[in-house]
Design a binder for this molecule. Structure first.
Ligand code: FMN
Length: 171
């Protein structure tokens, strides 16, 4: 079975997960938009990786553009976020709002923790995060502006097992 990882992030967390997945599954990892038409068409399954910024999925536009092709594939999606993986409804909400119920219902989804290095953010992202955290506080929620790094290879074990199972079934 042929697979491909298509990902989009901003500061390296989504890319790091893509690189680990690529090594574990021996399939290419390409940033969204950098793939060839043949790579997409030939894939039996696609693993989409995206981070989230102010509720918006980085890979959203790519998914919308390629909806037609995605409809015929086995789809996996991993979402990299600051929101804890235990807050499943909120995380699922990001996906449904971002790519629509038709595609998101077809995806097997995995929620992976991200990382934050405040000093490495763009000026705009520093502002957005600071304002977002203040607004969240007003709603009784919490968004961290303190550095964290929960990106670890072992977070991918479920996703890797799920993909391997698919390959075994279809042999
Ligand atoms: C400006 C900004 C906005 C963010 N907005 C959200 C958000 O709405 N929800 C969330 O769960 N995480 C949010 N995060 C956390 C990121 O998703 C997290 O840092 C992730 O690791 C980024 O991955 P990347 O480096 O691959 O883009 C935000 C981070 C920044 C800097």
């Amino acid at each position: 079975m042929q697979g491909i990882i298509i990902y989009k992030g901003k500061y390296g967390a989504t890319q790091q997960y893509a690189a680990w997945l690529s090594a574990a599954l021996n399939i290419p990892a390409v940033t969204g938009g950098g793939e060839t038409k043949d790579q997409l068409e030939d894939a039996d399954y696609i693993i989409m990786g995206t981070s989230v910024y102010i509720g918006k999925l980085q890979l959203r536009d790519w998914v919308k553009k390629n909806k037609g092709l995605l409809a015929g594939k086995k789809l996996f999606l991993y979402l990299v976020a600051g929101t804890p993986a235990t807050e499943k409804e909120k995380l699922k909400g990001y996906i449904t709002a971002g790519i629509g119920a038709d595609i998101s219902n077809k995806c097997t989804c995995f929620f992976l923790p991200g990382k934050l290095e405040f000093r490495k953010l763009s000026w705009m992202d520093k502002c957005l995060l600071t304002i977002g955290a203040k607004l969240a506080k007003g709603r009784g929620e919490s968004i961290s502006v303190t550095d964290y790094n929960d990106v670890k290879a072992e977070r991918l074990s479920e996703l890797i097992a799920s993909v391997r199972k698919l390959s075994e079934v279809s042999v």
